[in-house]
Write a new protein. Structure first.
Length: 258
């Protein structure tokens, strides 16, 4: 994992102006997701997520992580099927780490690393009925998924088990499967079961925590401390990110002959 000298102190707490409002959720509802007139409201939400992502990046740096934050589209576009049902900020490996990974993968496999979903990433997201903090490994980021699976095969599940069980409130899952593995309650057998199912390149791996915000009962999600909570929960995922994602420190992608 790329590191820099830690600054003297972390960035100050987030301002209350980043608190979520009813309109942030409403603009992502089924009725408005495809309406271009909702884009102005969604832009406000996108800017909040951008600020949260940048704050998470800044707070991760003194912990030894060099990450890069970007946000998703807020207006209907062919890329999102002309409907904006979800907005997110995603934190991926920085340019220097992408360069190192390209050198390992080779020119052909490493050519598309600039696309966020081709890297494991940390995510801060909002949908019409929930806020979410997660670590996600898309099938196209198979090298990060394979790195994790290889590491567990070589070292066993105990280290990962301890990391996941420290993440009370999160759940581990595969794609949209009904099965889920609850962090804080995992056993070695359950985690081994997970890796028996999970196939990098075929499945999406997700470790997520959701704050429900159903219409008519959004009060918990509208609390002024929620943005600070989302950033703090994102930072709780850093040990998992360090363990799972390919880096010079966690290099289990290809079998070494030395």
């Amino acid at each position: 994992m790329s590191t820099k000298n830690a600054p003297a102190s972390e960035p100050p707490p987030l301002e209350g102006s980043l608190a979520f409002e009813e309109g942030d959720f409403h603009a992502l509802s089924a009725r408005l997701a495809g309406d271009p007139e909702g884009s102005a409201r969604r832009l406000v939400t996108r800017r909040k997520l951008s600020a949260l992502g940048k704050q998470a990046v800044a707070r991760a740096e003194p912990r030894g992580f060099v990450l890069h934050s970007r946000t998703s589209l807020h207006h209907p576009h062919a890329f999102n099927g002309m409907r904006v049902k979800r907005l997110w900020a995603y934190l991926t490996r920085g340019p220097a780490e992408k360069k190192r990974l390209r050198a390992v993968l080779g020119a052909e496999l490493g050519k598309d690393l600039d696309a966020a979903y081709r890297n494991a990433y940390l995510c801060l997201a909002i949908e019409a009925e929930a806020l979410e903090v997660s670590l996600r490994v898309h099938p196209d980021a198979w090298y990060d998924g394979q790195n994790l699976k290889n590491r567990v095969a070589k070292e066993g599940v105990q280290d990962l088990l301890a990391i996941l069980n420290a993440l009370q409130g999160f759940r581990l899952r595969i794609d949209d499967w009904k099965g889920e593995w609850i962090c804080g309650k995992l056993t070695p057998e359950r985690l081994q079961e997970f890796f028996g199912f999970y196939v990098p390149g075929e499945h999406r791996l997700v470790v997520e925590e959701c704050l429900p915000a159903a219409p008519g009962n959004r009060a918990p999600a509208l609390a002024p401390d929620v943005p600070e909570r989302l950033v703090a929960e994102c930072l709780r995922l850093l040990p998992l990110y360090r363990f799972a994602v390919w880096s010079q420190e966690s290099d289990f992608l290809f079998e070494r002959k030395d």
